[in-house]
Design a protein. Structure first.
Length: 287
């Protein structure tokens, strides 16, 4: 591949200028210029020649190079046409060998077609754009696209929501959704100085391992609707939020009582197990 010093902002800047390319803020583009951090991230992904990986937002390929050098078969999703052309050039030999494929376009629109056609790989990786990170993760879980292991770098506040526990101020429907599908733990924090251009926010990398004993519920789609409903107004009680959901106070109370939950409880006080039970009871009322 064409040499590019991924650790050097000046080298990256010079390369971009030489190609007539520019960073696009709307895509949340920031290059991780800390090599030790890049290596640690891919080490945590635990890949070898038997691994299949999806990478979101390869940029100019710093992490792509690290993944491919370990023998994995990789599919990457890149929205920036200029960066995609560079990736095609840099990793042409891997493309020809069948170890690498690049999907151009918005990953939010393209990943589902790849999933339907090829199924899921066993690994998912990305330094996810801050403005769409939560949406990507939530959409994949919602469609039961669960990977054996996920390593993602996201805005620190998003990571805090992903890992939040019952009663935490960051505990939300997104927290429950993530923890329903995965065991999650933080890997490391990355301040703005680890990236170029330097973002105004701190980042956190998290590791997500697919739950071996996936907490089941009778109707996963209904469970996600109940989650959105009970967290829709955080200051309101479960009774009030479910009354709005059903449009019927008596029905809401019947569900809550059958689920053995205090109607004055708020959503952030309910555990995953309690919410799953609430969903199953609720679902039985509409069957």
């Amino acid at each position: 591949m064409e040499y590019l010093d991924y650790d050097s902002p000046s080298s990256i800047k010079s390369f971009l200028e030489g190609k007539g390319l520019a960073m696009q803020k709307k895509f949340g583009q920031n290059f991780l210029i800390n090599k030790n951090a890049r290596v640690r991230l891919i080490d945590s992904l635990e890949i070898d020649s038997t691994s299949t990986v999806w990478e979101v937002g390869p940029g100019l390929g710093a992490m792509t190079e690290e993944i491919l050098s370990r023998g994995a078969t990789l599919t990457a999703f890149e929205i920036d046409r200029g960066f995609a052309e560079c990736i095609f050039t840099f990793f042409n030999s891997y493309i020809k060998s069948g170890h690498f494929k690049l999907i151009q376009g918005d990953v939010l629109k393209t990943w589902k077609d790849v999933y339907k056609e090829k199924g899921l790989p066993n690994r998912f990786f990305g330094n996810l754009p801050y403005n769409v990170a939560a949406t990507i993760i939530a959409d994949m879980i919602a469609l039961d696209a669960r990977f054996e292991k996920v390593v993602v770098t996201v805005q620190k506040e998003v990571a805090q929501r992903m890992c939040a526990r019952v009663g935490d101020s960051d505990y939300s429907s997104f927290s429950v959704l993530c923890q329903w599908a995965y065991d999650i733990k933080p890997l490391m924090d990355l301040s703005g100085g680890n990236f170029w251009p330097k973002p105004n926010v701190d980042s956190r990398a998290v590791i997500m391992n697919k739950k071996k004993n996936f907490p089941c519920c009778n109707n996963p789609t209904h469970f996600q609707k109940i989650l959105r409903a009970v967290f829709s107004s955080r200051r309101k009680t479960i009774k009030n939020n479910l009354t709005s959901f059903y449009g019927n106070s008596d029905k809401a109370m019947s569900v809550i009582i059958d689920a053995a939950i205090n109607p004055l409880t708020r959503a952030e006080e309910l555990s995953l197990e309690e919410l799953l039970r609430l969903s199953d009871i609720s679902n039985s009322y509409i069957m």
